[in-house]
Design a protein around this ligand. Structure first.
Ligand SMILES: Nc1ncnc2c1ncn2[C@@H]1O[C@H](COP(=O)(O)OP(=O)(O)O)[C@@H](O)[C@H]1O
Ligand SMILES: [Mg+2]
Length: 314
């Protein structure tokens, strides 16, 4: 009697979850045809990549990349965050993650980009840099291109890729920014921040053909100050360079944010109603309103461009 009950339950469960062996032959054939068709179709470019850059160090690039990516994850998007400041990796430190491998291991051929992914809070996927890895500070352009192209090999491309970049206007920063669909320029109320942001915009527009920039004012005291900073940068850039800038939003100066960094957490996650967290959430909603990227894929090295090339040259 007991045996019969067990068999009946097992039968019911099998009916609920048909295993491949239970799929009828014709269905199985169609299934295999669809799978092989899928394998033949080149990967579609569905990921939107945002690079966070500034020119100047210490203005909040990493903080904005981490919290913007987390805010987007918390809003339900599938987001990946690349630590593009590869030799002084800060992203994993800000998120309290302890990666075992970094981009250098991939370039040495010891693992794939897929193997580097670690998952943080709210499903945010992180590709870590390598703290103190001197070699990563001296990558040549071919190696940067190899990192960018490695994204073509990801099994499940995310909806968004956020790239944190290094300070300065080196080829390293410019290549990552130019390979993205959107460049977010971070400024704060310091003369060097505005001049360095202008230098970055000039190089990206004149040497790499980037035409649109989204400006974030960080560490501001009020909305008026944020607007004033944006207008200063936009006025001079649009006058002397062939570019268009828009005001993406602001993040106020917030002691809570510093405390969150000390606790190795994103403030949007730890204190979602803090002043800075509200700013980050507004930045995340601004991304949702952006139209199609202005960029054409022709003739440039771009993230998720579908040009699969082996990762070599390290
Ligand atoms: N909105 C803000 N409010 C208060 N402090 C901030 C804010 N943004 C950044 N900071 C401080 O500035 C420091 C440097 O930020 P970080 O993101 O590492 O800059 P970058 O990546 O541009 O070098 C942070 O460790 C934090 O202490
Ligand atoms: Mg940084």
């Amino acid at each position: 009697m007991n045996g019969a009950v067990t068999v009946d339950q097992a039968w019911g469960l099998q009916n609920l979850f048909p295993t491949p062996a239970r799929v009828r032959p014709r269905e199985a054939e169609l299934f295999h045809q669809a799978a092989s068709l899928h394998a033949m179709t080149p990967p579609r470019r569905t990921t939107r990549t945002l690079a966070v850059a500034a020119g100047k160090g210490g203005v909040g690039k990493t903080t904005i990349a981490v919290n913007l990516a987390m805010a987007m994850s918390m809003a339900g998007h599938d987001v990946m965050l690349l630590d593009g400041d590869m030799s002084v990796a800060n992203v994993d430190v800000q998120l309290g993650l302890t990666p075992l491998r970094h981009v250098g291991h991939m370039l040495e051929g010891n693992c794939t980009l897929q193997d580097l992914i670690i998952t943080g809070p709210h499903g945010l996927k992180v590709i870590p840099g390598g703290s103190g890895a001197r070699r990563l500070a001296q990558l040549c352009n071919g190696e940067h291109a190899a990192v960018i192209r490695a994204f073509d090999e990801l099994i499940l491309p995310p909806e968004y890729l956020v790239v944190d970049t290094a300070a300065g206007v080196s080829d390293n920063v410019a290549m990552f920014a130019a390979a993205a669909d959107d460049v977010v320029v971070v400024v704060c109320d310091e003369p060097a921040s505005l001049t360095d942001a202008y230098a970055l915009i000039k190089i990206l527009s004149q040497d790499f053909g980037v035409r649109r920039f989204h400006v974030v004012a960080n560490m501001v005291r009020h909305a008026g100050e944020a607007r004033r900073l944006y207008e200063k940068l936009a006025r001079v850039s649009e006058r002397f360079l062939d570019v268009a800038l828009d005001f993406m939003g602001m993040v106020p100066h917030d002691e809570r944010l510093r405390q969150a960094i000390r606790r190795q957490s994103a403030v949007v996650d730890l204190w979602p109603s803090s002043r800075s967290a509200m700013g980050f959430k507004q930045l995340a909603s601004a991304v949702d309103t952006w139209g199609q990227p202005m960029y054409s894929d022709i003739g440039r090295i771009a993230f998720f461009s579908g040009q699969s090339e082996p990762v070599t040259g390290w």
